[in-house]
Every structure is written in C-alpha cells, then in structure tokens.
Design a protein around this ligand. Structure first.
Ligand SMILES: [Zn+2]
Ligand SMILES: [Zn+2]
Length: 134
C-alpha cells in the first residue's frame, strides 16, 4: 500500500521505497534551492526503506557533517536528502511513480525565513524558521 517505485528523469537511477506517510515538507534553505535549482526541496519521508535497483547514474554529495544529497550524474535529477547517522531518506514526490497525488498533504515549510520574497505558496502549512532547528 505504501510501497512505491521511483526513478530519475533518465532512469539511470531506479529505486523502491516505503513512504511513512503522504505529508509533504518543503525546505526553503539556500542549499536546497541551489541544489534543486528550484523554489526549495519538496520531500516525503521514506525512513530507511530506500532500496536502489539501478545505480548507474547515482552520485552522492556530502553537504554537511550530518546530511548528504543524492543526484543523477547523467540527467541532474535531485534524488534524496539522507541523514547519515540515522540513514533516513527524504525523497521528492516528483520522482515517485504512481503517487496518489490527491492524498498528498502539503503540511510543512521549513527554513521559512530563508525563503526569498519573490515567491510564496498559498497552501495552509506549518511554517518553521531556521531557529527552530538550532
Ligand atoms: Zn538520470
Ligand atoms: Zn534545505
């Protein structure tokens, strides 16, 4: 029921995962915006369940003492954020196949005070500033 398959744009990275829930979080920090080239990093919680079935294009970027990012080195798709210590994965909904989008709840925006003023989502979300995580 909560088991899904996913892939990057060019399918050089393919994986399976179990989602903990369908609660979506977007991080607005400058690192997430820069690494995705977008308005933040949107993700669903997959815990330790991510299992890669094809890793031809998988590259890992260590971005802090506690976290790393996965991306496809052939097509550039952002694949995940992973907490190294706990091995917990956070995966963008856009790369998960057959996700029931009507059941996804956009619940939370984090590093909200890092968000540039030129965009804002209209969803009714919980907003947490950078200080919340310190
Ligand atoms: Zn790819
Ligand atoms: Zn971030």
């Amino acid at each position: 029921m909560n088991h899904y398959k996913g892939a990057c744009f060019c399918h050089s990275v393919q994986f399976e995962l179990d989602l903990k829930n369908l609660d979506l979080t977007v991080c607005h920090c400058s690192m997430c915006r820069k690494l995705t080239g977008s308005t933040g990093f949107a993700s669903l919680e997959a815990g330790e369940s991510v299992h890669f079935t094809t890793t031809d294009g998988l590259s890992i970027l260590h971005t802090s003492d506690f976290g790393e990012r996965g991306f496809c080195n052939k097509c550039g798709t952002s694949l995940f954020y992973r907490f190294k210590a706990s091995n917990e994965y956070f995966v963008p909904p856009a790369i998960i196949a057959e996700l029931p989008e009507d059941k996804v709840n956009f619940v939370e925006e984090i590093f909200y005070d890092n968000k540039p003023c030129y965009y804002a989502f209209s969803n009714d979300t919980i907003k947490k500033d950078e200080a919340y995580f310190q």
